[in-house]
Design a protein around this ligand. Structure first.
Ligand SMILES: C[S@@+](CC[C@H](N)C(=O)[O-])C[C@H]1O[C@@H](n2cnc3c(N)ncnc32)[C@H](O)[C@@H]1O
Length: 257
């Protein structure tokens, strides 16, 4: 006796679809987004699965949570790093016993605070941004968390700060870099961070999916073009080992060899 009784047409139709799908997978075909979710295969920000991930893995410091909620009310709040991504980077920083961190693109400072919380007392986050107003939102919370002294905010174009660090003899002294500012400059940021990072250090590059636009970067989308070019370059960059992870809008971790 069948466990489920379905009309014959439905059963046949389902079987045909199943065989076609399996054959397609075996042939390496791509399937439309309704099968896997978003075009880039990301987990949607407000999906039940994302909520499940947060409910079962996020261990957010109460002041980080305060900053996240404060940032969510900001008109540009969507620019904030995803909290699970910040937690992943803080865990990695702790694992490699990081002391010196560079962050390119600070916004309200959620990730800067997350990093500062796991650094030793003499650790430093060199936090680069061009807009001091954003950091003014986070700074009182950095202070409340007792880590303001670990965050060295440099308000000027990040390229300039990176060049100053290099000119100051700080090449190969950093443990971790997070690239999360203007996408058109990603390659330059990567190259300069590569020189600043020690062997065994980590460079994390955010938004490597660019909301799926890297799949087919339009000619007039300079950000998508730039990210896609760097993704292609990293695949072949023998100076690093890499992992591209579907966390947030995609993050690539480059481990300097
Ligand atoms: C995506 S947000 C950074 C988010 C942040 N990492 C966080 O933890 O939420 C990008 C930031 O890059 C900054 N930015 C844009 N162009 C820049 C540049 N040339 N140099 C430094 N910062 C820049 C913006 O002001 C903005 O605050």
């Amino acid at each position: 006796m069948p466990l489920l009784s379905v009309p014959k047409e439905v059963a046949v139709g389902t079987a045909v679809l199943g065989v076609a799908f399996a054959a397609g997978v075996l042939a390496g075909k791509r399937y439309p987004s309704f099968i896997f979710g978003t075009p880039s295969g990301m987990i949607r920000k407000n999906s039940p699965l994302r909520q499940y991930i947060l409910d079962h893995s996020l261990r957010e410091h109460p002041i980080l949570k305060k900053l996240r909620l404060l940032t969510a009310d900001h008109p540009h709040g969507r620019m904030m790093v995803s909290c699970e991504e910040a937690q992943l980077m803080a865990n990695l920083a702790k694992l490699i016993k990081a002391k010196k961190v560079i962050e390119i693109g600070v916004f309200t400072g959620y990730n800067a605070l997350s990093m500062a919380l796991v650094l030793p007392d003499d650790g430093r986050v060199i936090a680069c941004d061009i807009n001091e107003d954003y950091a003014k939102i986070g700074r009182p919370l950095w202070k409340e968390a007792g880590v303001e002294h670990k965050i060295d905010l440099r308000i000027k174009p990040a390229i300039q700060t990176l060049d100053e660090l290099l000119a100051n003899g700080e090449a190969e002294t950093f443990d971790f870099a997070f690239i999360d500012a203007d996408k058109e400059s990603y390659n330059e940021y990567y190259e300069k961070c590569f020189h600043l990072i020690k062997k065994g250090g980590i460079i994390a590059i955010d938004n490597v999916f660019w909301n799926g636009k890297v799949l087919k970067p339009r000619k007039d989308d300079l950000a998508a073009q730039s990210i896609h070019r760097l993704n292609e370059k990293l695949l072949r960059d023998a100076r690093v080992n890499i992992s591209m992870l579907p966390v947030g809008d995609g993050v690539t971790l480059a481990f300097k060899l």
